[in-house]
Design a protein around this ligand. Structure first.
Ligand SMILES: [Cu+2]
Length: 163
């Protein structure tokens, strides 16, 4: 605590009056804002939700199901559920018209080579978990995959089209 902070909690009589006016003005402004919101149907608290597309990503041995498989460009929230029984991770990259590059082990994708076009990464997590990750996506095709050893080869990859 510094000396300068030892100010009285309540302002002087004159300040109380000006504060009261300020509170009245704020109330009126809030009421006007709510009215405007109602007229334009934006609704308090829903503005952000409307701008975000939620995409469900269901992971299991050995499949990824993306619902819906199309989204609008902008903020996309992936809700990633692991239905097990194995641990799974999730990597989202911009897709190209080619298979993803494999590492020399022949079991996993070369994540380093994909780094420049990787938009999201979730480390492995156990069955029964749900994780959310938000990313800003521009138009294009994205590939979602799990890179646990053999999981991509086993079928754990899917696409999301952003338009
Ligand atoms: Cu997996």
């Amino acid at each position: 605590l510094t000396e300068g902070s030892e100010r009285p909690l309540k302002p002087s009589g004159v300040r109380v009056d000006s504060d009261a006016v300020l509170v009245a003005v704020l109330r009126w402004t809030l009421a006007a804002a709510l009215l405007a919101c109602g007229l334009t149907a934006c609704g308090s608290g829903h503005t952000e939700a409307a701008a975000t597309t939620t995409v469900q990503v269901k992971e299991k041995d050995f499949r990824i199901v993306v619902t819906p498989s199309r989204a609008r460009a902008g903020l996309v929230e992936f809700v990633v559920k692991n239905h097990g029984p194995d641990d799974h991770e999730l990597i989202v990259v911009r897709a190209r018209n080619a298979k993803l590059p494999m590492r020399h082990d022949g079991m996993t994708i070369d994540e380093a080579a994909l780094e420049p076009r990787t938009v999201a990464t979730l480390e492995p997590d156990g069955p029964g978990t749900t994780r959310r990750i938000r990313v800003q996506l521009s138009r294009g095709r994205y590939e979602l995959f799990c890179n646990m050893a053999g999981h991509y080869m086993g079928g754990m990859h899917a696409f999301l089209v952003v338009s």
